[in-house]
Design a protein around this ligand. Structure first.
Ligand code: ADP
Length: 233
């Protein structure tokens, strides 16, 4: 009984297809996949092969055309996806999506407004998370007073705000120079190894993709390879 519950994947996709009638695109073709809690996974493949579509379905931002998505063994069909997302999933995007008129610490607090944390606790958590991403001395800076790499670190702190089970990152280093890109990757992997936050990252950078424990290769909407890798950090 105990063994069985341990083995329940965090997320499971069963024969997931995504069809966009607009353009007659089969963006995902029969994808079956299990993601265990604590894994670090890179999704790679040529532009247009379906990586973002897959990430959006993993993050309950979108529903499949057919097939099933299970979160902790339970189908998300009929679930309140907003609630699931805000409690369990942190997102990091290529273009950060910070609100320009809010300071770093205010941006990090945004996801916490969904819950009922008192102000003092929100502030304390946001401060702690900004410390975790190395921005303890930048809490009151506005996004445009931060370097591009620092902005992405604020976005990562925000993704961690509700202690999500999983962080989904779509080309998180795509707007960064290679030094800050490596720094952001290091940070994501550190959150994965030290806080057991499951990590799924879409990247076209093969050197980054080699740093995760598992690599999924996509082509034309299909999963063509799924390999465990020896992590060298
Ligand atoms: P990738 O992230 O690998 O670049 P995407 O998942 O963004 O690929 O896109 C997969 C395919 O689905 C592409 O052909 C893209 O043009 C198409 N697509 C993505 N989103 C939509 C949409 N909302 N409507 C129609 N087609 C879409």
């Amino acid at each position: 009984m105990h063994e069985a519950s341990k083995a329940t994947p965090l997320i499971q996709l069963d024969s997931v297809c995504k069809y966009y009638p607009d353009g007659d695109v089969h963006a995902l073709r029969d994808i079956s996949l299990e993601i265990q809690a604590g894994e670090s996974i890179a999704i790679v493949g040529p532009s247009g092969c379906g990586k973002s579509t897959l990430l959006n379905i993993l993050g309950a931002l979108d529903r499949p055309t057919s097939g099933e998505v299970l979160f902790r063994g339970k189908s998300i069909q009929g679930e309140d996806l907003n609630r699931l997302r805000s409690r369990e999933i942190g997102f990091v995007f290529q273009s950060f999506y910070l609100l320009p008129n809010l300071t770093a610490i205010e941006n990090v607090q945004l996801p916490m407004f969904e819950g009922d944390l008192p102000l003092a606790q929100r502030v304390e958590t946001a401060e702690r998370l900004l410390g975790l991403v190395g921005l303890k001395d930048r809490v009151n800076h506005l996004p445009n007073q931060l370097s591009i790499g620092q902005r992405q670190r604020v976005a990562i702190a925000r993704a961690m705000a509700n202690s999500p089970a999983i962080i989904l990152a779509d080309e998180p280093t795509g707007s960064l120079d290679s030094a800050s890109g490596s720094e952001v990757m290091r940070l994501l992997l550190e959150l994965n190894s030290q806080h057991q936050t499951t990590l799924v990252i879409v990247t076209h950078d093969l050197s980054l993709a080699e740093q995760t424990g598992r690599k999924l290769q996509m082509r034309d909407g299909a999963l063509v390879a799924d390999k465990n890798q020896t992590v060298q950090r």
